[in-house]
Design a protein around this ligand. Structure first.
Ligand SMILES: *Cc1c(COP(=O)(O)O)cnc(C)c1O
Length: 365
């Protein structure tokens, strides 16, 4: 038996949102309208030349992103999903003896990539679902190599305010990398949203990650990216697998970026659906966090996994937040009007059939 490094042997596997045959899936924050049609059209053009390796530098996609974000091309790096950008950051900066800071209730990949490279994990609690960057800053020490921030945060849907983030970045030591995961940035309508494109110009230790998996509807193609100053991007380029984004994905992503009709429609569906769902949650008397993303974090006061089952029996899969450390909370992706009606119906029924769990701590009042 080949000895597995202990930190790998103990690594819990990623728990993905479940797809159950015949059920509507509102479990993984995917775009309910499907993929961008222009992206699919663009991807099709490449199917006849799949014997060729992709462009390793993803030149066309990089040029499109540079134009879109008004950043020079060497400030960008593509990933096989933004997950891979997180992995590249960990591979570049983490080793035994290093520490990372993550929130207690957030996306699991920060923990996973940090553990793969043997870093010590320091957890800083959110305050009722909101970031406390003073507490994060207080936890930064000489060993802290990466701070992982997520805004809007998965699964709470809350953002870090512009001034709060700026003040935080001005106080983080320059030898600590701040990774700002903005997988849901495009959905934010709060005027307090930080301008991360400006922030990377000012802070050499900031890496921002984005994805085509959510708003653009291309989760299956696996395309994400990061932006930061060229020295930082250059360091990440050293660990990037040479052909990490497939040809069809590169082409689809570049086309999706300019598919304004689809983007407008997707944002409208989300804005209206989110407001409708929040009103229905009020009607049901459920506590939830006001969301800036395409999902809502809901306190059910019941065992989240039992709620998952009951709602799935009603025809919709959602996400139990037990693995996020919130055993009574669920996360529902905002769907189409029809999907939203169905999930509310299934949720209302589940509240009747699943008993209140007094032994489990509630997260929201
Ligand atoms: C969905 C999600 C991602 C996106 O991952 P991809 O690898 O780009 O599909 C990244 N971060 C968070 C917080 C997410 O929820």
């Amino acid at each position: 038996m080949i000895p597995i490094r202990p930190n790998i042997a103990n690594l819990p596997p990623y728990l993905a949102g479940k797809k159950e045959p015949g059920k509507i899936k509102l479990a993984s924050n995917e775009n309910p309208l499907g993929p961008s049609p222009r992206a699919i059209e663009a991807a099709r053009l490449h199917l006849d030349s799949m014997q060729l390796y992709p462009d390793g530098a993803a030149a066309q996609l990089t040029a499109s992103l540079a134009r879109h974000h008004q950043l020079p091309e060497n400030w960008l790096i593509g990933g096989n999903g933004s997950d891979e950008v997180l992995m590249m950051a960990a591979a570049t900066f983490l080793g035994p003896g290093d520490a990372v800071i993550i929130a207690d209730h957030t996306f699991s990949e920060y923990r996973t990539v940090s553990r793969i490279f043997s870093a010590e994990i320091v957890e800083v609690p959110l305050e009722s679902g909101y970031w406390n960057l003073e507490a994060v800053l207080a936890a930064v020490g000489p060993k802290t190599r990466i701070v992982f921030l997520c805004s809007p945060n998965n699964p709470t849907g809350t953002i870090i305010g512009a001034n709060t983030l700026d003040l935080f970045l001005s106080r983080v030591p320059p030898q600590t990398l701040v990774v700002l995961d903005e997988a849901y940035a495009e959905f934010v309508d709060s005027p307090d949203q930080p301008d991360s494109r400006q922030l990377v110009r000012r802070y050499a230790n900031l890496l921002v990650t984005r994805t085509f998996s959510k708003l653009y509807g291309l989760a299956g193609f696996r395309v994400g990216y990061g932006f930061a100053q060229p020295e930082l991007i250059g360091a990440l380029q050293r660990v990037r697998p040479p052909f990490n984004i497939n040809t069809a994905g590169q082409s689809a992503a570049a086309a999706a970026l300019d598919d304004n009709d689809f983007i407008r429609k997707s944002l409208k569906t989300n804005r209206e659906g989110r407001a409708w769902l929040e009103a229905e949650l009020h009607r049901l008397g459920l506590a939830f966090l006001p969301s800036q993303a395409n999902f809502i974090c809901i306190e059910t006061g019941r065992d989240a996994q039992a709620m998952y089952r009951a709602i799935a029996n009603g025809g919709v899969t959602i996400r139990a937040l037990t693995s996020f450390g919130l055993p009574t909370c669920i996360r529902i992706t905002v769907g189409t009007e029809t999907q939203n009606r169905l999930v509310v119906q299934a949720l209302a029924q589940a509240l009747e059939s699943v008993p209140v769990a007094d032994q489990l701590p509630r997260y929201l009042a």
